[in-house]
Design a protein around this ligand. Structure first.
Ligand code: GLU
Length: 304
């Protein structure tokens, strides 16, 4: 099978069909993204790399960073982590406050904003220089010192982050945030502001297709079982309130972000990143979803 050819053909087809949806504007700086951008990059365990379209353009990875912060927190805390955050899909919006009351400040899963805020709190407690140490972790995973935060995006989100402030304070009211909410949120906004291109994303996330081992050095980042669990969480909770639909259509674990990026993993085979800024009604990249559905259907490279 010629994966490059399938990617080329599916890319051209999706590019030619339509480009529906809306760019996220609730974080003002995100609204400046060019709606016509569309990039794809695949990295495989057998070290094949291939990209089409705007795969070298950097964009705001937003919620995809939640997988990386979760991985680092899991590496540090092990299974004690699950005392602070659950592993169930929520069925509510990613920034919802309602369940937290019933669940007494234990967010349903680490990919909700509430869950990612708790993970940020954990990292703040355990890392000496959280902002630098997290970036070191990301850079070392990708062998790429060119990856960095965007202060512009982080500040833009901070200015309008009323709901995240509410979430963090609410969790703190249950005594389930250890640090000062403003510090936790500053760190959370920094994580979400990371900028990468599709090539960097697919290379970086390959450790989750490789049983938790970094691909070049084979260094263990997560144990095999931990890696399995992160993939399981991406499968069940990675696409807001559309995770079932993504599983149904694409059949891979993955995570999306409101910047229009999607990363999807095929354990033991590959990681693929897609970016197209316009989002569907559920907040996932419109063309990204379409591309991946067609790609796994044509290539038969899904886990089901
Ligand atoms: N930083 C964004 C927020 O808190 C992340 C949203 C996302 O990509 O899901 O709203």
């Amino acid at each position: 099978m010629n994966i490059e050819r399938i990617i080329q053909e599916v890319y051209q087809k999706i590019k030619g069909v339509d480009n529906k949806g809306k760019i996220a504007t609730y974080i003002p700086e995100l609204s400046k993204a060019d709606p016509n951008k569309f990039g794809v990059h695949i990295s495989t365990i057998s070290q094949m790399n291939f990209g089409v379209g705007n795969y070298k353009d950097k964009f705001s990875i937003q919620s995809m960073a939640k997988v990386l912060s979760l991985s680092l927190a899991y590496r540090i805390l092990g299974d004690k982590l699950w005392e602070r955050v659950g592993v169930e899909p929520s069925g509510t919006a990613f920034n919802s406050l309602v369940q937290l009351e019933a669940d007494k400040g234990i967010p349903r899963n680490p990919f909700l904003n509430a869950g990612a805020i708790v993970i940020s709190d954990i990292l703040l407690t355990h890392l000496e220089n959280p902002k630098n140490d997290f970036l070191d972790f990301v850079q070392s995973l990708s062998y790429n010192s060119g990856i960095s935060y965007s202060n512009r995006i982080a500040q833009s989100e901070k200015k309008v982050g009323y709901r995240n402030v509410a979430l963090c304070n609410f969790i703190k009211s249950f005594d389930r945030i250890e640090n000062e909410p403003t510090d936790v949120l500053d760190f959370y906004y920094d994580l979400c502001s990371l900028e990468m291109n599709c090539k960097e994303l697919s290379e970086l996330f390959l450790f989750l297709a490789n049983n938790g081992n970094e691909i070049h050095s084979n260094k263990s980042i997560l144990s095999e079982s931990q890696s399995k669990r992160i993939n399981a969480l991406m499968q069940t909770c990675g696409f807001y309130d559309e995770s079932g639909e993504f599983t149904f259509k694409v059949g891979l674990p993955g995570k999306s972000g409101v910047g229009g990026g999607i990363i999807a993993i095929h354990p033991d085979k590959y990681a693929i990143a897609v970016w197209s800024p316009k989002l569907n009604k559920k907040g996932n990249s419109y063309r990204g979803m379409k591309f991946l559905e067609e790609f796994t259907t044509r290539s038969e490279l899904s886990i089901f």
